[in-house]
Design a protein around this ligand. Sequence first.
Ligand code: NAD
Length: 362
Amino acid sequence: MAQGSVPLKSFLYTALPMRVVFGAGTAAQLGAEVERLGAKRVLVISTPGRAQMVGSLCNDLPIAGVFDQAVMHTPLDKVKEARTQAAAVNADCCVAVGGGSTIGFGKAIALTGGLPVIAVPTTYSGSEMTTLWGVSEGGAKKTGRDPKVLPRTVIYDPRLTLGLPPAVSAASGMNAMAHCVEALYAHDGNPIVSLMAEEGIRALAAALPKIAISPKDLQARTDALYGAWLAGCSISTTSVALHHKLCHVLGGLGLPHAETHAILLPHAVRYNHDAAPEAMARIRKAIGLGDAATSIYDLETKLGIPMRLADIGMKEQDIERAAQIANAAPYPNPRKVEYEPVLALLRDAYAGRRPVKRSFVE
Ligand code: NAD
């Protein structure tokens, strides 16, 4: 970062084309955005739970079909149903209204059918900003990056998040913060992404405690969605590291996505602490509660997030296997990924121990 005495290094930055419509009430512009793409036959996608919201938002759209069966982890059989429906109704655009699971279905349709996607996110997953897609089959998730799946337009209307339950908001918001954290120490990071990531952490750290107390606080919801947008931008062009890889391993064991990300985050930050001092300084500055790892841990405690992997279904006998899998395939991470320290990290996260401050210089 070009800050203080740290010299600027060489970097590569790839900007992704994106159109963002942001603000309370902007969902009313959905029809105009569909028209802008020249679409005449829209396939609307949602989970069963968001069907009512979709009904009121999409009334005036040229709807060719509704697929309201989106579920977590984009399982291939459901994806095939959605793709078949898109082809059967001759859709020329997908409008995905919901969280990362729903947007994942829009991306999966775009991957094979090339349909443009308009995303209307209702959580803080950030998926709408990335070219990352994932489809699961037989317990394994296949993932990849493809510019085809990047939504053409994203409408961020914080009013749509007012009903997101506080517990889901907290975990989803910390999942977004994790994107920012990993972007700060990504081996392919760059100064623009670091600016966005730090600002994303700041916005989320300020907004999430307010949402925990008053879920209908529109200004806090607006700020959190702004942070989630920045988080999505942050991971859109940088690689993930230890934290995300561990979450992927634990996701394969059936643990819930956002909660797993939240619980592992302070421990992954502790692991990388001494190897990524610039990132840690930015995190500490953005949250302002102490050192990077403990400030994330303390923020999560304040939000009422479950703090132990044991609380969300992790079995003690799986800890060693998870550490072995995480250690098996090498990937870039600020600190070398090694079996014993990763095992210790997972044991700490399993028990929900506060990641203690060691003696270091930030
Ligand atoms: P989700 O989409 O499964 O939503 C979580 C729950 O919240 C669901 O039950 C949903 O019905 C409910 N919900 C959503 N919006 C709501 C609202 N406004 N009010 C009330 N309830 C609401 O969870 P998520 O955390 O948003 O997404 C997780 C998925 O996204 C995972 O499969 C993950 O792999 C994927 N993801 C992908 C990327 C990417 O770049 N490809 C990035 C992040 C996450």
